[in-house]
Design a protein around this ligand. Structure first.
Ligand code: ATP
Ligand code: MG
Length: 453
């Protein structure tokens, strides 16, 4: 059958085996006859370019520099894009068993599913409407790109895979068994200790997103998830200390729903929920997008702390954005101050996610475990010992270099009240000794001056 097909001149030089493979492909209809024509420009492989990876971001910047007109393709340089229609694969029912629906959002329906092969439970988000060819396709691809570019982080919902089925997008991610923060808040305001845990975990996730030059742009209680049962057992570390660590947190907060993620350098902003949006973003000022995430996080903490449902518009909406955030009486003054800072009308005044992680509220000395304090004490003792040894060496060295000076100094000690002056004198003496090692001339000059007096 292969012999019946004409042999095009451009592949005549191919070995017989390659020719057979080629014609087999043509016959099956999977390869156009010109595919192996090396006289034509090479075809680009049909794979998307992820705009959120460092390479994609660089390409984005280049495209921006060439054309100032913002287009779909500017923010998502994936031409020729492998659109959803081209990658329809039936996996949902073949590979998974649905255990139940766990949530619905504006974009999709989320189900708890077990994978038939590995037996693990995952969350599968399926778009509500067919997205192929629609504007929603962009949001769906954005979420996939962002997940893939960000990879794994303890405070981001983990991504496993994504595919299209009947033109619906399906995203397979980690199943968060504690639900969303929104669901947790329905049971009442969180105490400050819990808000601090939320602050630590989400600030960590946000700092990571921001470090990748990306921004979330839809942070809110419905998009923060809880994973229980992680970290229950302390990592096995034989560090020689008693096993009296306080209970480690038994749950983790994780940032999810990455459908609005965009690059800081060439943003394509799809505004998130208006209840959490700062004014500057509504006014299309995209110069401080990381601080827009901080604003949304501030209002999330405020709401979780008992601030009540946030306004979508009206005077109250404006008041919050004008720096008039009501004080929450159940929270400490410091926590209220932090919330106020996070929603400051001036984005420059809002702390960065990295600064939030280092906030004193998260690292008070009183909150340290006994083991932690003991470890710090042991480290301090060791440091002291080393310094004392160095000091002795330095003193010996000085004594051998300038025996007269040391005698003068010790004579001074003998004549003054030791109790009042000895401690500070020792300190200043050390400084002098160290300075004198590096510059013996100075000692000579000082001794000269003393002689003159
Ligand atoms: P929206 O646009 O309204 O924010 P969405 O359509 O993008 O929502 P998600 O926010 O991702 O969808 O999910 C909707 C709901 O499904 C969540 O509020 C949560 O209750 C549930 N859910 C989503 N992902 C998970 C997950 N990984 N584990 C457990 N539950 C989840
Ligand atoms: Mg959501």
């Amino acid at each position: 059958m292969f012999n019946a097909l004409p042999s095009p001149p451009q592949i005549k030089t191919l070995p017989a085996k390659s020719q057979r493979t080629y014609w087999h492909a043509v016959w099956l209809g999977s390869l156009p006859p010109d595919e192996l024509d090396d006289t034509r420009p090479a075809r680009r492989p049909l794979a998307n370019i992820n705009p959120f990876t460092p390479d994609g971001q660089a390409l984005n910047k280049k495209k921006r520099a060439l054309s100032k007109t913002p287009t779909w393709g500017d923010a998502t340089p994936e031409q020729p894009a492998k659109r959803l229609r081209e990658s329809n694969i039936s996996r949902y029912n073949v590979e998974f068993v649905e255990l139940g629906v766990v949530g619905r959002g504006a974009f999709g329906r989320v189900a708890r599913c077990v994978n038939k092969l590995d037996g693990c439970v995952y969350a599968l988000k399926r778009s509500l409407r067919p997205v192929a060819g629609s504007a929603a396709e962009r949001a769906a691809l954005t979420e996939v790109y962002a997940h893939a570019a960000l990879g794994r982080h303890p405070h981001l919902v983990r991504y496993y895979s994504a595919w299209a089925e009947d033109d619906h997008m399906i995203i397979q991610s980690e199943y968060c068994d504690g639900g969303s923060l929104q669901q947790l808040m329905e049971a009442g305001p969180l105490p400050e200790s819990e808000l601090l845990l939320l602050l630590a975990h989400v600030a960590d996730g946000l700092a990571y997103i921001h470090s990748q030059q990306l921004v979330h742009m839809d942070l809110k209680p419905g998009n923060i998830f809880i994973v229980r049962g992680e970290g229950g057992a302390a990592p096995d570390s034989d560090d020689g200390y008693d096993d009296d660590e306080p209970d480690l947190p038994h749950h983790k907060y994780k940032i999810g729903d990455l459908g609005h993620v965009t690059c800081v350098s060439s943003p394509s902003v799809e505004e998130g929920d208006c209840r959490y949006l700062p004014k500057e973003v509504l006014q299309e000022d995209f110069t401080h997008l990381t601080k827009a995430d901080i604003f949304a996080f501030g209002l999330t903490l405020y709401e979780a702390g008992g601030g009540g449902a946030l306004p979508k518009n009206g005077q109250e909406w404006h008041d919050i954005r004008d720096g008039k955030l009501p004080v929450l009486p159940n929270l400490s003054r410091e926590f209220n101050q932090l919330l106020k800072k996070m929603v400051d009308p001036d984005p420059n005044q809002r702390p960065s996610a990295a600064r939030l992680r280092r906030h004193p509220l998260l690292h008070p000395a009183g909150n340290k475990s006994k083991a932690q304090l003991r470890r710090e004490l042991a480290a301090a003792k060791l440091k002291n010992e080393l310094l004392a040894r160095k000091l002795q060496e330095a003193a010996r060295c000085i004594k051998s270099l300038t025996p007269n000076l040391v005698n003068q100094e010790s004579a001074k000690f003998r004549t003054r009240s030791a109790k009042r002056l000895q401690k500070p004198r020792i300190d200043s003496n050390i400084v002098e000794i160290i300075q004198s090692v590096s510059s013996p001339l100075r000692i000579e000059r000082r001794t000269d001056r003393r002689k003159r007096v």
